[in-house]
Design a protein around this ligand. Sequence first.
Ligand code: ASP
Length: 364
Amino acid sequence: MRSACRVVISVGLVAALPLFAASQQTTAPQGRHWSIVVHGGAGVIERPDLGPKGDAAYRESLKKGIEAGAKVLDAGGSALDAVETVLKMFEDNPLFNAGHGAVFTSEGKNELDSSIMDGSNLKAGAVAGVTHTRHPISLARAVMEKSPYVMMAGPGTDAFAKSVGLEQVDPSFFFTEARWQSLVKQLQKEGKPVPPRPVGAPPPGAIDPVAFYDEPGDSRSHGTTGVVALDRSGNLAAGTSTGGLQGKMPGRVGDSPIIGAGTYASNQSCAVSATGSGEYFIRLGVAREICNLVRFKGMPIQQAADQVIHKELEDLHGDGGVIAITPDGQTAFSFNTPGMFRARLAEGGKLEVHIYKDEQDANQ
Ligand code: ASP
């Protein structure tokens, strides 16, 4: 399997070559280079759960996403634009627990959470419990740029999205058969009532692109998505988008839309996006905690991320992981679960796409 992984990664490298060649011909202003890191959730992600088809599909999705972000940065675009571009793609990809493909609440609905932060000015936007807006990450950005607020929740959030022209969809747009079956399985196992199949969902048995993917043993149903980026102007940004926890009570909000917990970005320290058991990430203020270790203790980003994930989070028995980046382009992955969907690409560098814990990340 390891060699199969390498093959997939090598194919990714070859496909990305024109991008690197193009970037090497361009002189970056102030000699700065862009860099981008993405995740697609952490959890009990093991080879038998994904199977070869699932494995390949996730790697391809991570590769396509990060390359789209890299294209934005390579053309001189902002870190913020790169973050939003990748997360919109992930929100439309049924493999990820965000947008179309999000997990269901115990009542069989999708309630979406998202946030974004601009490291250049500490502006941030966050939304919770979104039910009608196709791209929650764009809504989070609209809250940041077009409202006087940082965070919105509940029905007014979708109404605001509509008022600023963001695409509205019927809630059944977010439905996927694989997530539905996974919810049914979980509720039956827990002896809880199974809600009726959502109105507007395709009939059972309809072809579902994620049907090959049998949910693993943990009930969290990973697949939360996140991106951190550094642009050529030296600005950082971070964003996170999720459906939250499978089978959550309606109204439950995790760490993903909490600035400082699931998402944080400051040009003075770092940018972080988290995934995992959200309640612990909120209690520790994980994203900000990592950036504080960088800023006030002068820790390298990998050490700061490892200290928070492998020490502070583990001490509370929380699980999950983070991606992080600093203004000088250091990047980190850190997670305490069997896997985290992750990828990293820096200007002039090699594309890394990894899933399992035993795949060695470059600087670890
Ligand atoms: N952190 C997310 C939440 O608690 C879930 C996840 O990342 O898997 O809502």
